[in-house]
Design a binder for this molecule. Structure first.
Ligand code: MD3
Ligand code: FE
Length: 202
């Protein structure tokens, strides 16, 4: 794995880290994940349907409904989550800088028009562990702000094969996806973008 490191408000992004072959292998592994844990459109505690479809792998998966955001050992249908694929765990080992392995992997799918508003990730029990994010498929306009809401933001396009490592001050930064460039990549035959985030949730 090789690439060039870019720093955006403390978010470290390895551009072009994953080869096209490895990206294709990861997509195949994620199809197997989705066969066990289908992509679902969750409702926020406020009652809004998210435009991003979500699946997960690991001991626990991130879910949301009217009851709130949380990590759950079971899918909404009561089944266990599938294991985190080895291709993804290898990327964690290569980039996270920690020996501890993730216990949760959130898989986000962005179809045409999907986006994710500015938010913080703070549902994990110990916010000192890093998060590793892998982009696959269409380009996405990623926005990173500060640890407090309303501060200045910077934007960068995330491309297929980029890997972002969130640690230190960036771990609690506000961030979101403003839009994707639908069909800018040919990795996914029907277009769209997959973002994988590995975490130590518990
Ligand atoms: C900065 N995902 O799953 S990836 C998320 O592209 C999430 O689907 C976006 O925000 C996506 O929570 C952004 C980059 C990313 C991921 C996790 C972070 C940036 C982060 C956690 C803390 C700070
Ligand atoms: Fe996030």
């Amino acid at each position: 794995m090789s690439g060039t490191l870019v720093d955006v408000n403390g978010v470290r992004i390895w551009k072009g880290l994953l080869s096209p072959d490895l990206q294709r292998e990861m997509v195949g592994d994620l199809r197997d994940v989705a066969a066990v844990a289908p992509f679902r459109r969750y409702e926020t505690p406020g009652g809004k349907k998210m435009s991003v479809r979500m699946s997960a792998a690991g001991k626990v998966g991130w879910v949301t409904d009217r009851a709130g955001y949380r990590y759950d050992a079971l899918q909404p249908d009561g089944d266990a989550w599938p294991e985190i694929p080895a291709t993804l765990l290898d990327a964690w080992s290569a980039t996270s800088g920690v020996e501890r392995m993730p216990d949760s992997c959130l898989v986000n799918f962005y179809g045409e028009g999907a986006k994710m508003g500015l938010h913080q990730d703070r549902d994990e029990a110990d916010l000192n562990w890093p998060v590793v994010s892998i982009s696959l498929g269409d380009d996405a306009l990623f926005r990173v702000g500060q640890v407090t809401r309303g501060g200045p933001t910077r934007s960068v396009w995330l491309k297929s094969g980029d890997v972002a490592v969130l640690s230190g001050r960036a771990r609690l930064a506000y961030h979101g996806i403003d839009r994707i460039r639908f069909r800018s990549s040919s990795l996914l035959a029907d277009g769209g973008r997959i973002n994988v985030t590995m975490r130590v949730a518990r």
